[in-house]
Design a protein around this ligand. Sequence first.
Ligand code: GLV
Ligand code: MG
Length: 352
Amino acid sequence: MASTRTPAKHFAPLAIGAPEPYRALPVRLERMIHFVPPHNEKIRSKIKELAGQVDVVLGNLEDAVPLDQKGNARKGFIQMARDNDFGATGLWTRINCLNSPWMLDDVAEIVSAVGDKLDVIMLPKVEGPWDIHYLDQLLAQLEAKHKVAKPILIHAILETAEGVNNIEAIAAASPRMHGMSLGPADLAASRGMKTTRVGGGHPDYGVLADAGSDAAAPRSFYQQDLWHYTVGKMVDACLAYGLKPFYGPFGDFSDPAACEAQFRNAFLQGCLGAWSLHPSQIEIAKRVFSPDPAEVKFAKRILDAMPDGTGAVMLDGKMQDDATWKQAKVIVDLARIVASKDAERAAAYGAL
Ligand code: GLV
Ligand code: MG
C-alpha cells in the first residue's frame, strides 16, 4: 500500500480554504533560532530590540517551561506576536509534544490569534511521518477557519531513536516541512547514551592512537564528535527533500569555544543554523553560519573563472571543475542571503 499521497495530491491544500502549500521554501536567513521563554514579562518587553539582532525569534512552550507556567507561556507568546513587528526576522514557536495535554490548545489558540504572523511551528519528539500528517491536517483546518493567508511551516526536532529511524519518511511527509533540528539532549536519553549534557562532545568519546615500539610512551587520544553520524544522516535526509538542517542546542554556556567548534562542524557538514539559548550564542552563530569572507572571495573567483560552470581551470594551484563550481555557488548564494540582512558582513564580502 502506498505510504504517501499521489504526486497530483501532494501539493493540494488539506482543507477547503487553506492556503496552497509552498512548492519551494521561502528564502530566509536563519543562522540562529533564538529561544525565549514567553511567560517571562521582562523578556517579552525586550522582543523588539531582540528581533533586530537575530534571524529567528522562537517562543518556547515545551521543555524548560515549568508545569504551572504552560498556559502563561502560550498567552505570552500570543502577546509578543501581537505586540511586535518582526519584519524579515522569523517568528517561530516550539509547541508541546503530541502526547502532552497542551499541544492541541497550543496550536488552536496560537493559529486563531496570530496565525498570520507565525512562520514556523517547531514540533518536538517527532517519531514518524504520522506525527507530521496529524499536525499538517490540523494546521490546514485552522488556517481555513481563521483565513490565514500563507502556510505555516513545520520544523521537526530529531530527538528520539524512532525519529532517527524514520527520518526520510518524516522529511517526505508534507510540503509543509521546513526542516529539522538535532535535539541532542532528548536523543541521548532516548538512545540510552551515557551522558548528562545538552549537545557537544564528551571527553571519553574518542580514538586512542596505536602503541608505538616504546610501550611506556604516552599514547595520544583524539576526542571525536559524538553527533557526526546523526548530523550527517539529518543533512542527507533534509537536502534530499529540499529541507533545511540545523544543529540544535549547546547547553554549556560557560564554554563558548566548544559551542563554536560544535556549530562549525555542523555548518561544514551542511547545516544552516543552530539554536541560541543564551544571548552570548547569537554572535557565535552569526560568525559560524555566515560564510567566511576569504572563502567567499575564493568561491567568487571560481565562479568568475568558469562563467558557464564547465571545463577545468587552475586557481592558486588548485584544480576547479563543475563540482567545485557547484560548491562555490552554495557559498556565494549563502553569502548573498547573509548580505541582504547583515550590513557588516555585506561590506566584508564586497561585490557578489
Ligand atoms: C532539544 O530539545 C533537545 O532535547 O536537545
Ligand atoms: Mg528536547
